[in-house]
Ligand binder design. Structure first.
Ligand SMILES: Cc1cc2nc3c(=O)[nH]c(=O)nc-3n(C[C@H](O)[C@H](O)[C@H](O)COP(=O)(O)OP(=O)(O)OC[C@H]3O[C@@H](n4cnc5c(N)ncnc54)[C@H](O)[C@@H]3O)c2cc1C
Length: 403
């Protein structure tokens, strides 16, 4: 039985030390409120990840890119292969006005994020699992299993950054429409990569139904080779892809394997309650068509940490006060996530024949606009010029935009 003597008290408890939680803890602590972050892993960044990020992610995280947590070279090109692989769309970062990106060593990057949270004044516990969350006299009490036994933590605000299986979400939020896609990834060496600055993605119903395969180069023949798919066993699809691409993987070895789901159903409707907030994967804040969530999770954690600290300093932790968080987040990310979801709902229904045809019509900018939810209308209008092949797809995209 836990007694009051064992209670650790803080203003803000952040559950989960992924990109969202580490940013939230740093921002809250920088405002001078007593912040505790708990992470169940022994280390940060143990979850499998493709590790691809845009350069803008570093600015969001307020961490300059460094060789300490970047693998290989700067990425400046993406190739998206149609089911007939000789058909592909090339996206060159420079020519469409975007900075490129990098493949992270995510573990090292999150270590740096944890160091910055600690430096800002946050207390950080690893090997600490939140097992129960209860309200008690207007505060929250969280039962945390640590390697030294059970510990009760009391907090005025709890920020749930605890990923797909979030305890905070299960305990207190209705995540209607929350949908995940199973993903599996191998880290492989001795891969034959077309070049070290190019990300490669493969779509098609034979390759990855309702998803895609990625090859992300980490330098010196090392690569993250993974796949997300629905309606077919992910690992079997990945093994088949590797087997059917011997020119790439004949000499390759699997060094590591991991599997985890990615939320691709869009942001859930409710992400704040009195004293409670949800961020990152827990809130579905992932770009649905690509499954990218590192940048958006850091952005969410940053706003949530600041809003929570300000609410505490003003002595008002009500849902209304905390709603500044979704309002600010949605200004930048709300439409991107919802438009990418609309594009995903159209694209994943396409036959291989339609995907092949699209590869003839679309250029790099169109793919970026679709995938990131930047501009569905311009892609829809372009496709309308090809009524026999692409008119149906165009109409579906434009309908989704209320046109
Ligand atoms: C296979 C795969 C490939 C991906 N590739 C990319 C990519 O290339 N680029 C990209 O941008 N995104 C990618 N993503 C998505 C990206 O990993 C996530 O969107 C991002 O990590 C979300 O950050 P988060 O902090 O919300 O959650 P997470 O990174 O999931 O972190 C949650 C943390 O909470 C901890 N936790 C959970 N429950 C508890 C508990 N009860 N108590 C204490 N701690 C707890 C976990 O251990 C974890 O560290 C990929 C995801 C997968 C699965």
């Amino acid at each position: 039985m836990l007694t009051d003597k064992k209670i650790a008290r803080c203003d803000i408890l952040v559950i989960g030390g992924g990109p969202a939680g580490l940013m939230a803890a740093r921002k809250a602590a920088q405002k001078g409120v007593k912040t505790l972050l708990i992470e169940k892993g022994k280390q940060f960044g143990l979850k499998v990840c493709g590790e691809a990020v845009s350069t803008a992610t570093f600015a969001e995280a307020e961490v300059p890119p460094s060789q300490n947590f970047i693998c290989g070279e700067e990425i400046d090109r993406v190739l998206v292969y149609a089911p007939e692989e000789e058909k592909k769309v090339e996206i060159c970062a420079g020519s469409i006005g975007y900075d490129g990106g990098y493949i992270l060593n995510k573990r090292a990057f999150l270590e740096e994020m944890a160091r910055l949270a600690f430096q800002a004044g946050a207390e950080v516990w690893t090997e600490a699992v939140a097992n129960q969350l209860l309200r008690h006299n207007g505060l929250f009490r969280c039962v945390v299993a640590t390697n030294k036994g059970e510990q009760l933590v009391e907090a005025k605000i709890v920020i749930g950054c605890d990923g797909v299986n979030s305890l905070v979400a299960r305990r207190s939020f209705n995540r209607k429409g929350y949908r995940v896609i199973p993903c599996v990834q191998y880290q492989m060496d001795n891969c034959h990569l077309i070049d070290k600055r190019t990300l490669e993605m493969f779509v098609g119903n034979n390759v990855a139904p309702d998803g895609y395969v990625w090859i992300f180069p980490k330098g010196k023949g090392l690569a993250n080779v993974g796949l997300g798919t629905q309606g077919a066993p992910a690992r079997r699809c990945l093994d088949r892809f590797i087997k059917t691409h011997p020119h790439r993987f004949k000499k390759a070895r699997v060094l590591k394997m991991g599997a985890a789901p990615v939320p691709i159903g869009g942001q859930v409707e409710e992400i704040v309650q009195d004293g409670l907030m949800l961020c990152g994967d827990a809130a579905g804040q992932v770009i649905p068509l690509t499954g990218a969530g590192i940048h958006s999770s850091i952005a969410a954690g940053k706003i949530a940490g600041e809003v929570a600290a300000e609410a505490l300093l003003e002595g008002n932790t009500s849902r209304e006060k905390l709603s500044a968080y979704p309002q600010q987040f949605n200004k930048v990310w709300g439409k991107r996530i919802s438009d990418s979801l609309k594009a995903q709902q159209v694209i994943t229904k396409l036959s291989d024949r339609e995907l092949n045809r699209l590869a003839d019509i679309l250029i790099g900018q169109d793919i970026v606009d679709l995938a990131n939810g930047f501009n569905l209308v311009s892609v829809g209008l372009k496709l309308l010029k090809y009524p026999t092949f692409a008119g149906k797809i165009a109409r579906r995209l434009l309908e989704k935009q209320g046109r």
